[in-house]
Design a protein around this ligand. Structure first.
Ligand code: TYM
Length: 324
């Protein structure tokens, strides 16, 4: 059976961007594959952060993921820093990673341009990501579009390590994308992202979601209620594709093209679809939050399973490389 690995930063609660782009897909994949999902706290320390918040954000992310439908009986969920082999393999992979490739990574260039002094951890971030995936020799990596370049680098690193040591030990993992691979923020300008402050939290109440949806940017061609629109250029339509059933999605598109509905009508229907899907998730999250010991146990068991796999990989890697 193919093995799946994916990771997510401990940014606290999930937002509908990382939910639709990745996590909703993870929930479906756990029925069909052996799945390992990781909350990547070692990645989260490459930018500015408050040590006193990190643990809570990690806990909140675990709550969100479990509430969204990850099932510890079907998949393995753990926190990266609980499995030290991630950093051990990252060091090793650094020795086969071309510096030029790291400097070319779009996310690195973006983040580095916003920092006064650039730290090595930011540059080497994708090497740790490669180690995450290769440690479990995963074949498939379900991610949003913004991670595809990092995945390309992982493939290159796997290829180079195999070639250098004359083996074919690491598979070259492939990205698994969904149609919701790039959800924009409600400003319609940039990717929905916690650091840009343009997110809708997965656990927000419907009233709070409506406050954000109501003024959200739609197709700029629809200036007046009677102007017909093009659903494909509207972020609200893409959210419908994530949350509404196919019949509603088709109806929404037809109403937009014919100016049958105004954008507010379309948003009201979206809110209904979101409330239907997110209501039960919110309830599960409340229940999980009330049982922190259960969350800790799930993460500890996940880490234990991962450590067994990780030790096996490290033993093979070290033997191949002539390390003791
Ligand atoms: P992160 O935490 O930024 O995002 C987690 C996942 O959600 C996807 N995503 C989105 N998809 C669509 N639209 C959006 N607006 C959106 N925002 C986020 C991301 O593509 C990602 O799949 N570097 C990674 C974490 C990581 C990882 C890994 C991923 C570390 N090691 C190994 C895969 C495999 C990151 O920061 O994701």
């Amino acid at each position: 059976m193919s093995r799946i690995f994916s990771g997510i930063q401990p940014s606290g609660e999930l937002h509908i961007g990382n939910y639709l782009g990745a996590v909703k897909n993870w929930v479906q994949l756990q029925d069909r594959y052996e799945c390992v999902f990781c909350i990547v706290d070692y990645h989260a320390i490459t930018g500015h952060y408050e040590p006193s918040d990190l643990r809570q954000r990690t806990f909140d992310m675990a709550v969100s993921l479990l509430a969204a439908g990850l099932d510890p009986d079907k998949c393995t969920l753990f926190v990266q820093s609980m499995v030290p082999e991630h950093t051990e393999l990252a060091w090793i992979l650094n020795t086969v990673t071309p510096l030029g490739e790291l400097e070319r990574q779009t996310q690195y260039k973006d983040k580095a341009s916003r920092q006064e002094s650039v730290l090595a951890g930011l540059l080497n971030y994708p090497v740790l990501q490669a180690a995450d995936i290769l440690l479990y020799r995963a074949d498939l990596v379900p991610v949003g579009e913004d991670q595809v370049q990092h995945l390309e680098l992982t493939r290159e690193v796997a290829r180079r390590w195999n070639a250098k040591f004359g083996v074919s030990y690491f598979p070259e993992p492939k990205p698994l994308l969904t149609p919701a691979r790039r959800i924009l923020g409600l400003d319609g300008q940039a990717k929905m992202s916690k650091s840009l402050g343009n997110t809708v939290g997965l656990l927000e109440e419907p009233e709070a979601i409506w406050e954000k949806l109501r003024p959200a940017v739609t197709d700029p061609a629809r200036v007046r209620r009677t102007d017909p629109g093009t659903p494909e250029v509207c972020n609200i339509y893409h959210l419908h594709k994530g949350f509404s059933d196919q019949a509603t999605v088709d109806h929404v598109a037809a109403q937009c093209r014919s100016a049958g509905w105004g954008c507010i009508d379309c948003k009201k229907v979206l809110l209904e679809s979101m409330t239907r899907e997110l209501g039960p998730i919110r309830e599960r999250a409340r229940d999980l939050e009330a049982h922190p010991a259960r969350i800790a146990e799930i993460l500890a068991q996940g880490a234990e399973r991962c450590r067994t796999m990780a030790r096996e990989t490290m033993a093979a890697v070290k033997t191949t490389m002539g390390l003791v």
